[in-house]
Design a protein around this ligand. Structure first.
Ligand code: COA
Length: 415
């Protein structure tokens, strides 16, 4: 079977998480991704959070599947000459260096365009143009500066960062989409272009419902689906809403049987208006069906605490899976809190390739997330991440380098 991005060559200058997420996705879609790493060092994550001595970390292996690795010092002249050849040969250069690093290396947008006018240069940066554009950024900095931390957590607690890597992996996904769109546009213009995905922008984009709520708050001074309503105070900025639903249907997390000892014995429950009758029947509150205080979504809003407490009295008698089973029979939206341990063991996620087992020559078998995008005519086979410089000779041969040119690179410690 062919792949969606067959024939596309990516010069991959990415490291850590955000950029590698992008290029891994492009590789899963069929692009030939050549990861350029500093000779002798490699992507810093190869060594970070290692669980086995002298073996590439899971951090690295899980972000660099389906790629080839070459080592190249792009700051020495012989290495720069190889980089020029790569720029001429590839369709896309992807990088997530600190701001200005590519320019400092001598590869400005103008120089890259002169070498290959069709090249797309795609970058992740912490911030877009503005006061912070020169700053280095990691995941949690982006979560804090993009509005996620301010709006996550409980009213009486600290701002919280989330486990989902919305700043890094989320921005990597935005960049991948930008690249694919630029490749499509190039078909008609013949030109490359710059693609920028800033992490602050990506996080804020994902926090759009909070920007919505900020404007609602400014107009009305109150948000009736928030747990602060009706007894608490609202300030001028959108507060942290705990586990309240961000949509038009109220929801929260409720305890299930075993919650006293199991940190994941909980269920997310949505009090969807369309199935209110079923909710009242299932949780044993048929009298609410005729009580005007509970009869409409609007009259229920000041009583959400009472409603969810009744739901919880019922869910506490059942395991989270039993509760889900019962609620699903009545089309009541809900979801158990699944731990990583439970997700790893879930057969359906293995069957669809959402979680894959990969064999690695020095690590042995390990689990990774697979491609979350399923396509009927471009399937994904997840192959292991490359060892440092595993494909240097192969790629240099493809570039047509002679034996003596390769010897010079070695003498210069450029590869
Ligand atoms: N050969 C020679 N030099 C190389 C090289 C190679 N193959 N690859 C990288 N380098 C150099 C860079 O040119 C840079 O040199 P300079 O500082 O002299 O310009 C240097 O290595 C380090 O790059 P840098 O990106 O500054 O790494 P860092 O470890 O200091 O910072 C980040 C890491 C992630 C904070 C930073 O890259 C960043 O802010 N990136 C953008 C936002 C981002 O993606 N953040 C999320 C990461 S998950």
């Amino acid at each position: 079977m062919s792949k969606a991005l067959d024939g596309i060559r990516i010069l991959d200058f990415t490291h850590v998480q955000s950029g590698p997420t992008c290029t891994q996705l492009l590789a899963w879609l069929g692009a030939d991704v050549i990861k350029v790493e500093k000779a002798g060092v490699g992507d810093i994550t190869r060594q970070q959070l290692r669980d086995i001595p002298d073996v590439d970390s899971l951090y690295f292996t899980m972000l660099n599947h389906n790629k080839r690795s070459i080592t190249l010092d792009t700051k020495v002249p012989s290495g720069q000459a190889v980089l020029e050849k790569l720029i001429k040969r590839c369709d896309v250069l992807v990088e997530n260096f600190a701001p200005g690093a590519l320019d400092r290396m001598g590869f400005t947008w103008e120089r890259i365009q002169a070498l290959n006018p069709a090249m797309i240069v795609a970058s992740v940066k912490g911030f877009g143009p503005g006061p912070y554009e020169d700053c280095k950024v990691y995941e949690n900095v982006a979560q804090c500066t993009g509005g996620a931390a301010s709006t996550t957590g409980f009213d009486d607690g600290l701002p919280l960062v989330t486990g989902a890597q919305i700043g890094d992996s989320g921005t990597g996904l935005n960049l991948a989409l930008g690249i694919v769109a630029a490749l499509y546009q190039r078909k008609t213009t013949g030109r490359g272009q710059k693609v920028l995905a800033a992490m602050q922008d990506g996080v804020l984009n994902l926090c759009r419902i909070k920007l919505r709520d900020q404007q609602r708050l400014a107009r009305d001074g109150v948000m009736k689906e928030y747990p602060q309503y009706p007894h608490g105070q609202f300030g001028t900025a959108v507060p942290r809403a705990g586990n309240a639903s961000g949509g038009g249907q109220p929801g929260t997390i409720v305890k299930c049987k075993g919650w006293e000892t199991d940190p994941n014995a909980y269920l997310y429950f949505v009090a969807q208006a369309q199935v209110w009758e079923a909710i009242c029947e299932v949780i044993g509150k048929p009298e609410w069906l005729t009580d005007p205080h509970f009869s409409s979504p609007a009259t229920r809003l000041p009583r959400l605490t009472e409603i969810f407490s009744a739901v919880e009295n019922w869910t506490k008698t059942l395991s989270k899976f039993e509760a889900m089973q019962r609620l699903s029979e009545h089309d009541i939206p809900c979801g158990p809190i699944l731990s990583m341990e439970e997700l790893m063991a879930e057969p359906s996620l293995r069957a669809t390739g959402t979680i894959v087992e990969v064999e690695h020559p020095t690590r042995g078998p390990y689990l990774s997330v697979g491609n979350p995008i399923k396509m009927s005519d471009s399937s994904t086979e997840v192959t292991r991440s490359p060892l440092l410089g595993e494909h240097t000779d192969e790629v240099l041969a493809e570039l047509g380098l002679t034996v003596s040119e390769v010897a010079t690179l070695r003498a210069d410690k450029a590869i």
